[in-house]
Ligand binder design. Structure first.
Ligand SMILES: Cc1ncc(COP(=O)(O)O)c(C=O)c1O
Length: 445
């Protein structure tokens, strides 16, 4: 027992071998029954996890200053520029450019790497739909590589076989703030002479061999949407160390204006309007000042949760690749094995947890099976570019048995569960253990 970080009493409670002590601030000393709330017992938690996003005085001050300045568009002020400089410095990257959201960060990145009709982009099928949408928006073809269930990231041992002469870029996703296996990805890209766009929309301050996510490949893409660990409502950024890509990306988000010459000689580049507003920049500056401290807090709680869950067979926390020197824990990912829970289905398990005051989600569904994908691949535009044979060959290559299994077993805890106290984390493990002891009864409900 001595190697366990908990006291004997805490350990017995966490693993359910003693009666459970509810440790919410309201009822710190009340002893609750061993019965899960779904069977009529007292819920383990009655208080919500910490709220998100957090608003402090600095957020209000920055936001109102921006409002009063009336220079709401970044063309007339420099708050967004200041954020970009700070964000690039925080990542150890040469350049960062704010954009409207993460989806359009990916769109801008693929455009800058000249991904277009006829090209293939290698991507994980276990991600938010926006990653796929950005590829389709360029009329390029997604080539899904199967998932590694242990880490819930792209299975890089299947990567090289996915590369063809049409492959234009690899788009790894650092899912949940855990890192994709970047060494083989960078090596495969270099060998094939193609680019790497990191979808770091969930991975602010995650690290690969001490380099920050988003600053490892050619271009990194971030989201600052409300739930993200660096939030401003809606927002995004592209990050790069390459001067040529910086110029292209900068022009692209600003209607094609040259970064240095403006429009003196006309519009020199392809462009659209993806400009971040000053309000977004102002909020991000305030939020960024707290990011490191929050990441440390989440990491500590995540390590503790992993220790506790490792005592409970049937809930396996996502592993990290050896090169992942920091996990940002936007999502705490795990896999649920119903055979260790008397056959209780994942949805039944999640329902029981919710009744105990712990809201946990199921992971993503298989992207390759989303109905809209077939519609797009059969659309007039795609038919103009690709033959029926090419599309059916592509689908043949989507051989994703591990991902199908992962989608059935993955469970996601929000980062909010890790922002509170150690007791919050213990309550999660207590609820899981208590449900496990009664899983047979629960599955009959
Ligand atoms: C992995 C991933 N990629 C891209 C995006 C898109 O970001 P946004 O919602 O800011 O457009 C998200 C957002 O949830 C995401 O999780």
């Amino acid at each position: 027992m001595s190697k366990h970080p908990l006291s004997r009493r805490e350990f017995l409670v966490a693993t359910g071998t003693a009666s459970v002590v509810a440790t919410s601030t309201r009822a710190r000393t009340a002893t609750v029954s061993d019965k899960p709330a779904i069977l009529g017992g007292t819920p383990i938690r009655t208080e919500p996890f910490p709220e998100w996003p957090l608003i402090k005085d600095q957020d209000r001050k920055n936001f109102l200053e921006s409002l009063e300045e009336k220079a709401w568009c970044r063309l007339y002020a420099d708050t967004t520029t200041e954020f970009e400089e700070k964000w690039a410095a925080a990542l150890g990257a040469k350049h960062a450019i704010g954009v409207v959201n993460g989806t359009n960060a990916l769109y801008a990145a693929l455009n800058a790497l000249d991904v277009g009709p006829g090209d293939e982009v290698i991507v994980s099928p276990f991600t938010f739909v926006a990653t796929l949408n950005a590829i389709l928006q360029q009329y390029a073809l997604p080539v899904f590589v199967d998932s590694d269930r242990a880490t819930q990231q792209m299975a890089t041992d299947r990567l090289k076989e996915a590369i063809t002469p049409d492959t234009r870029c690899i788009l790894p996703v650092h899912l949940g703030g855990n890192m994709a296996n970047m060494d083989p990805i960078l090596e495969a890209a270099q060998e094939a002479g193609i680019g790497v766009v990191e979808d770091a929309c969930q991975a602010h301050f995650a690290e690969w061999r001490k380099k920050k996510a988003g600053a490892v490949g050619d271009i990194g893409c971030f989201s600052f949407q409300s739930t993200k660990i660096l939030p401003c409502g809606e927002g995004g950024a592209v990050v790069t160390n390459r001067a040529d890509l910086y110029d292209k990306l900068h022009a692209f988000q600003n209607n094609g204006r040259d970064r240095l010459k403006g429009t003196r000689e006309g519009y020199l580049h392809q462009g659209t309007n993806l400009r971040m507003t000053e309000f977004q920049g102002a909020l991000l500056l305030a939020q960024l000042a707290r990011l490191e401290e929050q990441c440390k807090h989440r990491e500590g709680n995540a390590a503790y949760l992993t220790k506790l869950l490792n005592e409970i067979p049937g809930v396996e926390p996502a592993q990290m690749y050896e090169g992942c020197t920091r996990n940002a824990y936007y999502i705490y990912m795990a896999r649920y094995d119903q055979s260790q829970f008397s056959g209780l289905s994942r949805s039944g398990f999640l329902r029981a947890l919710a009744k105990d005051g712990i809201s946990v989600g199921a992971g993503y569904k298989p992207l390759d099976k989303e109905p809209f994908l077939d519609q797009i691949l059969n659309s007039r535009a795609f038919r103009n570019i690709y033959s029926k044979q090419r599309i059916s060959d592509l689908k043949e290559r989507w051989n994703l048995p591990e991902n199908d299994k992962l989608c059935e077993e993955s469970i996601f805890l929000s980062q909010r569960c890790l922002l509170g106290s150690r007791q919050d984390v213990e309550q999660i493990a207590q609820a899981v253990a208590r449900i496990q002891r009664h899983a047979g009864e629960i599955s009959k409900l």
